[in-house]
Design a protein around this ligand. Structure first.
Ligand code: GDD
Ligand code: MN
Length: 370
C-alpha cells in the first residue's frame, strides 16, 4: 500500500546570498540538532554569484529534507524569508541565517515552546541574560542598540532584540500577517510585530551570536535606510508610500543642484543664460536619476547598459512631466488663480506623474510594491 510522504513539523527558512562555503555545514549541524523532530530546510537564494543555489541543489539531490528557492533579478533578506515561509506547509516556521552565526541548537527548544501553545512566536535574543553579540565591533554594537531603542519607541515593540533574524512562528499566525508585511530590507521580525494586532504572544530565548567563519556580512549603510523605510512604512505608509517621500526629497535636492550648477555656469564661467539653464537641467536630471537608482529603488537598482536605458526613459518621462507642469500651471493662472498656487499645482501634478511613470517604466516596480 502507498504511504503518503509526511509533511515536516517545521520548515527552517534560510535566506542566502553568497554562502556557498556554509550551506553543507549548516545542513549537517541542523540534522544533528533536530534529532527526533521532522524538519525541512528551505534555502531562499537571490541568485548568488558564488553559485550557492547550485550547491544547495546538489545537497538536495541526495537529501529530500533540503529545498532550494532561487530568485532571479531580486534582492532582499526580508522578502526572501517571506517567500520561503509562504512555500511551506509545515505547522511551524523558523527563520535562521545561513552563515552559522545563529545557534541551531535553539531550534528544538523553539519547537518545544510552540508545541506548548502559550506563545505565537519564539525569538532568539542577543540582549538578555545569557545572550551576546559575539565579536561585533563597538560601532556595530552601538548601531544595533540605537535602532533597537528606536524600534521600541516608534513601533511600541517590547522585544529585547527586535532586530533578531532568528525566530520561530506558527504558520497560521504568519499567514495571517503576511499580507500586511512591508517586506523591505532586513527587519522581518520587526515587520511581523509591527503588523500584528492584537500583539503577538512571544517568548525569548537568549543565545550567543557566533562569529562568521566564511563569507562576509551584507548588512551595510543601506540597512539604516531600509530601517528608516520600514519605520516610515509602518507610521505613514497608509497615506503615502515611503518611496514617494524619498522621490520628493531627492527632487528637492535636485532643485539645489540645479541652482548651484546654474550659478557656476552663468555667473562664474560666463556661459549664456539659456545654455546655462539647459546644462543645469541636465545635471539635475542625471543627479536625480542616479540618487533615485541608489536610494529609492535600491532593490531594483539598474546597472550596466540598463543604467543608460533607464536614464533615457527617466529623462523622457520627466520631460512629459515638465510639459504637464507648465500646462496645468498656465491653465490655472489664466483662470485667475494666484501665481504661487498655480505654480505649486503644476509642480504637484508633474511630481506625481514623474513618480508613477518612472516607477513603472524605468524601474519596473510592480503595482503592489509601489
Ligand atoms: N536571499 C537573500 N537575499 N539573503 C540575504 C540577503 C539578500 O539580499 N542579504 C543577506 N542575506 C542572507 C545572508 O546570506 C545570511 O544568511 C543572512 O541573510 C544574514 O545576513 P548577514 O549579512 O550575515 O547579516 P549579519 O550577520 O550582518 O546581520 C545579522 O544581524 C542583524 C541584526 O543586527 C542578521 O541576523 C540579520 O538578520 C539581523 O537583522
Ligand atoms: Mn551574519
Amino acid at each position: 500500500m502507498d504511504r503518503l510522504a509526511s509533511v515536516p513539523e517545521i520548515s527552517i527558512i534560510i535566506p542566502t546570498f553568497n554562502e556557498k562555503e556554509n550551506v553543507a555545514e549548516l545542513v549537517r549541524l541542523v540534522a544533528a540538532a533536530m534529532a527526533g523532530i521532522s524538519w525541512e530546510l528551505i534555502f531562499v537564494d537571490d541568485n548568488s554569484p558564488d553559485g550557492t543555489a547550485r550547491t544547495v541543489r546538489d545537497l538536495a539531490a541526495t537529501d529530500g529534507r533540503v529545498r532550494c528557492i532561487q530568485r532571479l533579478g531580486r534582492r532582499g533578506l526580508s522578502s526572501a524569508c517571506i517567500e520561503g515561509m509562504l512555500s511551506s506547509s509545515a505547522r511551524y516556521l523558523a527563520v535562521m541565517d545561513g552563515d552559522l552565526q545563529h545557534d541551531e541548537t535553539l531550534l528544538p527548544k523553539m519547537v518545544d515552546v510552540l508545541r506548548h501553545g502559550d506563545a505565537d512566536i519564539v525569538v532568539a535574543t542577543r540582549y538578555a541574560a545569557g545572550g551576546g553579540t559575539g565579536d561585533w565591533d563597538a560601532r556595530r554594537e552601538q548601531l544595533s542598540r540605537a535602532s533597537t531603542g528606536l524600534a521600541k519607541k516608534v513601533l511600541h515593540v517590547e522585544l529585547s532584540d527586535p532586530m533578531s533574524g532568528f525566530f520561530a512562528i506558527e504558520r497560521d499566525t504568519f499567514l495571517g500577517l503576511a499580507p500586511k508585511l512591508s517586506g523591505v530590507g532586513f527587519k522581518i521580525l520587526l515587520d511581523l510585530f509591527a503588523s500584528a494586532n492584537p500583539p503577538l504572544r512571544f517568548r525569548e530565548i537568549p543565545y550567543e551570536f557566533r562569529s562568521r567563519q566564511a563569507g562576509e556580512t551584507k548588512v551595510d549603510g543601506m540597512a539604516a535606510l531600509d530601517f528608516a523605510t520600514m519605520l516610515l512604512q509602518k507610521r505613514i505608509g497608509r497615506f503615502v508610500p515611503p518611496r514617494f517621500v524619498y522621490f520628493c526629497l531627492i527632487g528637492g535636492s535636485g532643485l539645489a543642484v540645479h541652482m548651484v550648477t546654474l550659478w557656476l555656469s552663468y555667473q562664474v564661467a560666463g556661459v549664456g543664460f539659456a545654455a546655462s539653464q539647459a546644462i543645469a537641467t541636465a545635471v539635475a536630471m542625471v543627479g536625480n536619476y542616479t540618487l533615485n537608482n541608489i536610494i529609492t529603488y535600491r532593490e531594483s537598482k539598474l546597472s550596466g547598459l540598463a543604467w543608460f536605458r533607464g536614464l533615457f526613459l527617466f529623462c523622457l518621462a520627466c520631460s512629459v512631466g515638465a510639459v504637464a507642469n507648465v500646462g496645468v500651471a498656465s491653465y490655472l493662472f489664466s483662470g485667475g488663480t494666484l501665481w504661487v498656487l498655480s505654480a505649486l499645482a503644476g509642480v504637484l501634478v508633474s511630481t506625481v506623474w514623474n513618480y508613477a511613470a518612472t516607477a513603472f517604466y524605468v524601474w519596473r516596480v510592480p503595482n503592489s510594491a509601489r
